[in-house]
Design a protein around this ligand. Sequence first.
Ligand SMILES: Cc1ncc(C[n+]2csc(CCOP(=O)(O)OP(=O)(O)O)c2C)c(N)n1
Ligand SMILES: [Mg+2]
Length: 356
Amino acid sequence: MGEASELFPLIVRMDEEGELVGDLGLLSKQDLVDIYREMRLLRAFDERAWNLQRQGVIGTYAPYKGQEAAQLGATKPLHESDWLVPTYRDWAAGYVRGVPVTHGLFFSKGHPRVGDVPKSAKVLPAQVVIGAQTLHGVGVAWATKLRNENAATIVTFGDGSTSEGDVHEAMNFASVFSVPLIFFCENNQWAISVPIERQMRAKTIAQRALAYDMEGFRVDGNDYVAVYNLVSELADRARRGEGPFLVEAVTYRLGAHTTADDPSKYRVVADEERWAKRDPIARLEKFLLRESLIDEERILAVDAAAKEWVDEVLADFKAELSISSSVLFQNVYAEMPQSLANQFDHYQKRAKEVRA
Ligand SMILES: Cc1ncc(C[n+]2csc(CCOP(=O)(O)OP(=O)(O)O)c2C)c(N)n1
Ligand SMILES: [Mg+2]
């Protein structure tokens, strides 16, 4: 067998200097201006969420800082009929699909609102049991296949998740039943404090596709242009019945695992600095500046827009915090069974008594 690096070469279209080493494919220069702005807004939200935890407003939060190109590249090409099955770090991906970004904050508070994913979004609630969502992803994809829905499903998971049995079962099942699914691994190099080298002996995650007779791809996860074009092609192929596929998006968790973590205890600064240079937003900015698609004035305008947007989003969040806990009863079953309806009735009567 050849070396994994030869079998699964890293797909790059825009390098860390913002130089195009491939073409833009399906994207236009204007698309990149727009995506730069959106990533900056989402980055500002993520940074503010971190501060909110420090202020005691929310509980534990898992930042996606550094993984914006992977998450947006994985979801922007999807069609309305497609599904996303995400994790606790995929708030930027969910946002693209129509889930309010504030769900990340509700999630961190254990607030019932987080189970209230808009039905039109076709997104499952964020999974925190490592790897378990890959099985759900197979189920969703299989269901769309049985119903002839012409839909692709993308399930996101981390590098650490690939050590879980669930992920292997999901890949085997998906392959045996040829489901229209993209396994999208955000390899951010770390599973909390465990580096990828301690997670597996294999050189790449993509090469695991061979074991399931799937096509596997290794893409620069900090290169929006590369991720977008790859996922776009694979989602088309999945809808045509050619799935499943495995994508390893090579990226880096620029922040801590969560607000409860301190990476200075286990990471070296040189490594963090090396990856900071590969920041997906910085490389887009370099490209756009060089092409005169943005200028310093425009960058300042995006800064201001980001602050304004985050302020608005947080105002919505605060307004919705006091939502009635009755939503706890309402997002469990499609149709509430009688036993739960009885409990709901009892709860409402008691709530009224307590208020009186
Ligand atoms: C089944 C299970 N085991 C352990 C944990 C605790 N845990 C939470 S996050 C995490 C690391 C996951 O790493 P990775 O899959 O790389 O995702 P990342 O957090 O880097 O996005 C672990 C072990 C869990 N949530 N679920
Ligand atoms: Mg990880």
